[in-house]
Ligand binder design. Structure first.
Ligand SMILES: Cc1cc2nc3c(=O)[nH]c(=O)nc-3n(C[C@H](O)[C@H](O)[C@H](O)COP(=O)(O)OP(=O)(O)OC[C@H]3O[C@@H](n4cnc5c(N)ncnc54)[C@H](O)[C@@H]3O)c2cc1C
Length: 389
């Protein structure tokens, strides 16, 4: 079976990886592989800390994907011979003040009720674990099951292991015959025929002609990469997330010493880096880890998360020859093993009973059917201001 995958972000790559494992002949089409949202992502694998009110269909998907992660990471690391920066160190979610602590207490109840292991600790107990935490941290939630990976290493490993299957051009349109997708037209004027096409172009899916209108929204985010000076390293040994005056912020500590501070969240359509956003991240991180200001900034990246109206991915067949896989919003790195496997299942017609009950309906593009006319509905909710994966 020859499958063309449009988009070599983490979702297209994970899908191609799964398809190749089943013997499919895969062609990946992307003018700039792994340079979209996946290039910005902090790489938190946080099914528990990402449990927030009003997103219950998402929790089982996040849990299922986190359970697939150890094998997925081990197989990609082994096939590529690369270190993926995969860390099973726990996560601490810290409270900047008493009101933030009250919010975290309420969240713990929701996280526990959904079966995640979380426990509250005092600020001084958190400082015993991470001495760089500020004296003002007045409590923390300990989450042993929330881990991390380096998305740049992961996508680079997948690109290398998939080998010579990349076409460096943009897809301009689906080629359709008798109501079925049979290939892809490229911006360079050529075209590629295929038995199946997967559209995994993240936030840009709607720019490809012939793809049914999907209610995608671009949720822009800034993220800062830093390194601690030698006398402070390692500044942190686990991911420190927190609430500061109600705003979420995080610092991911990678095994190689990189620190990733993120992330803003805005839907203003501006693709440039916001000075106010960078200021907000540094100011809030300083409240939790004051010596972050002594670090060297090595990179600031701004990208758009591909959001859906309900923050749940959009995965499903749109005609006999085409499956879409997008809308992974702020969980695409965590959801990559799940999304790649399910998308490959839909292409090959494989059994999907491994997925949580009801998954196909939960992620189906058809759930937006009343709204997917030429005027997609705006997001059904608003992100709280502040920082998010
Ligand atoms: C600041 C920030 C922090 C984040 N942190 C986390 C985190 O900690 N944990 C987590 O799980 N998730 C995180 N995310 C979310 C995660 O990055 C996304 O959900 C994920 O990267 C989406 O992957 P994707 O492959 O769908 O899209 P992308 O990575 O955007 O890839 C889409 C690809 O499609 C290509 N493309 C576009 N148009 C075309 C075309 N016409 N033809 C061919 N190719 C095309 C692009 O070049 C790109 O390579 C974060 C996102 C941001 C922005």
């Amino acid at each position: 079976m020859h499958v063309v995958v449009i988009g070599a972000g983490i979702i297209g790559l994970s899908t191609a990886w799964n398809l190749r494992a089943r013997g499919a002949d895969v062609t990946l089409i992307d003018p700039a592989p792994a340079a979209g949202a996946s290039h910005a992502a902090a790489g938190m694998l946080a099914p528990a800390a990402e449990v927030v009110w009003g997103q219950s269909p998402l929790y089982p998907l996040m849990r299922a994907s986190s359970e697939l992660y150890p094998d997925f990471a081990a197989e990609v690391a082994s096939a590529s011979g690369r270190d993926l920066g995969y860390s099973t160190a726990e996560t601490l979610v810290c409270a900047g003040d008493r009101a933030d602590l009250a919010t975290l207490r309420e969240l713990i109840e929701l996280q526990s009720a959904n079966g995640f292991e979380v426990s509250l600790m005092t600020g001084s107990a958190a400082r015993d674990l991470e001495p760089s935490l500020a004296p003002g941290v007045c409590g923390a939630v300990r989450i042993p099951g929330d881990h991390s990976i380096d998305p740049r290493r992961l996508t680079s490993a997948l690109v290398s292991v998939l080998g010579d299957v990349h076409v460096r051009s943009a897809a301009s349109a689906l080629v359709r015959e008798d109501g079925r997708t049979v290939g892809v037209a490229l911006e360079d004027g050529s075209s590629v025929r295929a038995e199946h096409v997967v559209v995994a172009a993240g936030a840009a899916c709607n720019a490809i002609g012939g793809v049914p209108d999907l209610p995608l929204r671009e949720v822009w985010g800034e993220v800062i990469r830093l390194r601690a000076p030698a006398h402070l390293a390692p500044l942190l040994t686990r991911t420190v997330r927190g609430l500061v005056a109600g705003r979420p912020v995080y610092v991911v500590a990678r095994p190689d010493g990189e620190l990733v501070l993120g992330a803003t969240s805005r839907e203003d359509g501006r693709s440039g880096t916001s000075a106010g956003g960078v200021h907000q991240l540094l100011r809030d991180a300083e409240r939790l880890v004051p010596s972050i200001l002594e670090c060297e900034i090595t990179d600031i990246t701004t990208r758009a998360r591909p959001g859906s109206p309900d923050d749940v991915p959009i995965i499903g067949r749109v005609d006999d020859g085409c499956v879409v896989s997008t809308g992974f919003f702020r969980h695409g790195i965590l959801l990559a093993p799940f999304g790649g496997r399910l998308t490959a299942d839909l292409v090959t017609g494989a059994d999907t009973s491994w997925a949580p009950p009801g998954t196909l309906d939960v992620v189906s593009p058809a759930r937006f059917a009343p709204h997917t006319d030429s005027h997609p509905q705006p997001a059904s909710h608003h992100q709280p201001a502040g920082s998010h994966p």
